[in-house]
Design a protein around this ligand. Structure first.
Ligand SMILES: [Cu+2]
Length: 475
């Protein structure tokens, strides 16, 4: 990554004098996610100093959701450390004077008791030093191990250290740092304000948030990872936990190679989803063959769409239609879903009651509703908080149903609805895809049903009314 090469080459080469021997000492370059320090090009081992500072800072877990993070380096996840196999690492852990608690560090790359934990126990306003030999190449998690350990980790105290093998992994065009972790707040997902840590939820492993790189939108929109078609991409993936195992997946990509569990051998090719254990890692590589937005998820999928475990990789470049065509055909497969439903209703011998048009509509309408709307708006029209607005007692729906011109409802069903809307005082910002295959009669029935069920009440819709709206909307 050019940006890093230019931005972070502040590596100082000092000539230290220790034990009578002249040992070249190098200051390690540390980076915030999603950046990764540049490849180490030297071909010999040396002494590397790492300076890492613990800070307790208030930040955002989601927009409007504040959290007091305990960090290695000022942000979650902790800074990425890169050293070379065989290096002697002189580790300096500082704890900022504004911290309220002592902290330490357990690096999984350390061979020695506690991975450095006891030697690095540091009170606020102090700094500690210890030294270890990076004997085993690989990608390792580091974390705080001060009691209560779970709480220190849950508050954001983890990061990655990569001990680059003597024979480096093959050169790639882009390397990125992606770390998944879970958070436990008193409030539910999305509840605004400063959220205290919930020990109870943490013990139950009932995560309020599951995120990449420390917050809900750390890897989306303008902050998405970027690449160009033709690039080879390597992701250094970590899982800080404290509890959940990640089923790491990139939608629309196949990992050409996976270095399972952060070891240095690519032990599998063509992998869709790789497990990243809590307190563990994986290295994945793939080539960008087509442009587009590729979504990083924990494929325990409610975490992705309801708890934040979603990131983006945007690839720019020329379309390659021979690899991926885009949508080629969008046509009607069966004339009308309603015809099928109506056929099913026939043998049910009770022909719909003929007296009131509302009754007829309700009978067919109810079937059509359960077939075409209930999977989103739910069986009793009650909706799903945060995802699907209610139709039962919906002020939005009933407002339109009470107008002289009710064409907007036809438009919603025929062409869909997206963007911000407010229903019964709650905001929704989602997408309803068009519902196809409804004849004028069918749509009259389903709209009559939804505007008259669950103590809603409105004038019945007729096929003629729908036909007129449709003719008008076509213009
Ligand atoms: Cu700590």
């Amino acid at each position: 990554m050019g940006k890093i090469l230019i931005g972070f080459v502040i590596s100082l080469f000092l000539m230290g004098c220790k034990g009578g021997k002249n040992l070249p000492v190098e200051e390690a370059i540390l980076t915030h996610a999603p950046d990764v320090p540049p490849v180490i090009t030297r071909t010999h081992s040396t002494k590397v100093k790492v300076h890492l500072e613990v800070r307790e800072v208030e930040g955002e877990l989601d927009s409007g959701v504040k959290y007091t993070f305990w960090t290695f380096g000022g942000k979650v996840p902790g800074k990425f450390i890169r050293v070379r196999e065989g290096d002697t690492v002189e580790f300096h852990l500082a704890n900022h004077p504004t911290s309220k608690l002592p902290h330490n560090i357990d690096l999984h790359s350390v061979t020695g008791p506690g991975g450095g934990a006891t030697s690095s126990f540091t009170a606020p306003g102090h700094a500690s030093q210890f030294t270890f030999k990076a004997m085993n190449a690989g990608l390792y998690i580091y974390h705080c191990a001060t009691a209560p350990v779970g709480m220190h980790i849950a508050n954001g105290m983890y990061g990655l250290i990569y001990v680059q093998p003597k024979k480096p992994l093959p050169k790639v065009d882009r390397e990125y740092y992606v770390l998944q972790s879970d958070f436990y707040t008193e409030g539910n997902f999305g509840e605004k304000g400063l959220q205290p840590f919930s020990m109870e939820k943490a013990i139950k492993e009932d995560a309020s948030y599951v995120v990449f790189n420390g917050s809900v939108n750390a890897l989306t929109g303008d902050q998405a990872l970027i690449a160009k078609v033709g690039d080879t991409v390597r992701l250094f993936v970590g899982n800080g936990g404290p509890n959940l195992v990640s089923s790491f997946h990139v939608i629309g990509e196949i990992f050409d190679k996976v270095y399972t569990e952060g070891g240095i051998h690519p032990n599998q090719e063509n992998v869709q989803t790789t497990l990243v254990p809590a307190g563990g890692s994986a290295i994945v590589e793939f080539k960008m063959d087509v442009p587009g937005t590729f979504i990083l998820v924990d494929h325990s999928i409610f975490r992705a769409f309801n708890k934040g475990a979603l990131g983006m990789l945007k690839a720019s470049g020329e379309e390659r239609k021979e690899i991926y065509s885009g949508k080629e055909v969008d046509e009607i497969y069966l004339e009308s879903k309603a015809d099928i439903i109506r056929e099913e209703m026939q043998p049910g011998n009770e022909a719909p009651k003929v007296e009131a048009p509302k009754e007829i509509s309700r009978n067919l309408g109810e079937r059509l509703f359960s077939n075409s709307c209930a999977m989103c708006h739910q069986s009793k029209g009650q909706g799903l908080p945060g995802a699907f607005p209610p139709l039962a007692k919906s002020d939005y729906l009933m407002n339109i149903a009470g107008r002289a011109d009710r064409s907007e409802l036809v438009k919603i069903v025929d062409t869909g609805l997206s963007g911000k809307i407010v229903v019964n005082g709650k905001e929704y910002n989602s997408v309803m895809t068009p519902v196809s295959g409804l004849s004028d009669e069918d749509l009259a029935a389903v709209l009559t049903f939804v505007t008259n069920a669950w103590s809603n009440n409105a004038k019945a819709f007729t096929a003629k009314e729908i036909q007129a709206y449709r003719a008008h909307l076509k213009k």
